[in-house]
Design a protein around this ligand. Sequence first.
Ligand code: ATP
Ligand code: MN
Length: 463
Amino acid sequence: MIRSGEYIRDLFQRPVGESVTARGWVKTRRDSKGIHFVQLNDGSCFQDLQVVIEAGVIPDDTLTAITTGACIAVAGELVESPASGQAVELKASSITIYGMSDPATYPLQKKGHTMEFLREKAHLRPRSNTFGAVFRVRNALSYAIHTFFQERGFLYVHTPVITASDCEGAGAMFGVTTLDMMNLPRTEEGAIDYGQDFFGKPAYLTVSGQLEGEIFALAFSNIYTFGPTFRAENSNTPRHLAEFWMIEPEMAFCDLDDNRALAEEFLKYIIQYVLDRCAPDLEFFNKRIDNTVLQTLEHVASAPFEHITYTDAISILKDSGRNWEFPVYWGADLQSEHERYLTEEKFQRPVVVTDYPKQIKAFYMRDNDDGRTVRAMDVLAPRIGEIIGGSQREERYDVLLEKIRAQRLPEEAYWWYLELRKYGSAPHSGFGLGLERMLMYLTGMKNIRDVIPFPRTPGSAEF
Ligand code: ATP
Ligand code: MN
């Protein structure tokens, strides 16, 4: 049945009177005056297909097997539905049971479960309303991201998952080794002898594909990465995963203004794409999870973004008359309370803050001529704060070398990154978006563990 046209979402489009077969999992079953009503869902859309089984049509032993969680096929005729919210329902003529489900032990009962409970049932939660909606939106968002970049001629590049250079220092890294932990080889000085390890040196799971992305931008002009990244940060927050997906475009011949314009166009495009294609799922989130979701998304998709410099931001925050938990002074990193004030109260729209002090930003960001700021940008959005971080990259060999030295980074490890500036360097820029943070924004889901199929967090890697 791997044919489009036969999903439940397609059956809703078919004319009354047509004979069809629907396959899926039973959400609920209700019996009334000898008639049985079954809500069937195959994941293709939010709406369940209502199956109506009239008395005497289906053998009793088949009927008893139709319980919540069971997997069945229903052949029958599409008829006009008297129920509101659906045009058609399926009048069953025969039913096949693929897999039964013991109602006494099936974990997803009709009553609402907590997100924590469902997290422990990650093998079954995709069948729930909430997670059905989450993963359809995740799918649409992923496709929107590819579509946006492909339409603009960007090359999709697969940067490595295993890396031997802790280059970016974006976060704590997971080691990758085949050494025998019980019997580690040692050097004469007593250190672990990574020379005997698989790669002949320490290796890690990547925290970002940016530096390799720059290599490709300086060959293919415009590229993007979209893949898993890893951070061994032992912080149990609702916004951090140990394994998450990141999108990192990198553009040659692109300065910070172009970068900012692309980030705005990108965010608007992917939000509008999901608004257009996942309306029933988003309506569910708006109704059941966070009643500001639709309003903010529609606003962000249409309102022009505000642009201020970091220096402006500091004056605005100082003049706000607020008592900040984190002190505001030139040189301080913006905290969530500051970001939310700017975007939710001061400007009431997304705000791009640029030109941050160099000491709070990464070494690869391009120096401004003022000697104290760099060409960095953060896109702040209402309800969440920072959603995208990016910069124009330092393309000048001497300046970059100086910055690596000033931050006391291991110069040798950056040999190829420096060589990019020696052979055919060009102004270039890029940004990064965390897929799961974007999904939290789209769905209103409060915990990042609930927007990824199988979350990896400290102490937890079941499934
Ligand atoms: P934060 O301050 O929230 O930890 P960061 O400054 O470490 O974020 P970056 O290094 O700029 O984040 O990473 C780029 C993007 O990746 C972030 O904007 C965010 O969307 C996402 N991100 C970062 N760390 C995580 C994580 N542990 N889990 C999920 N997404 C993350
Ligand atoms: Mn972090």
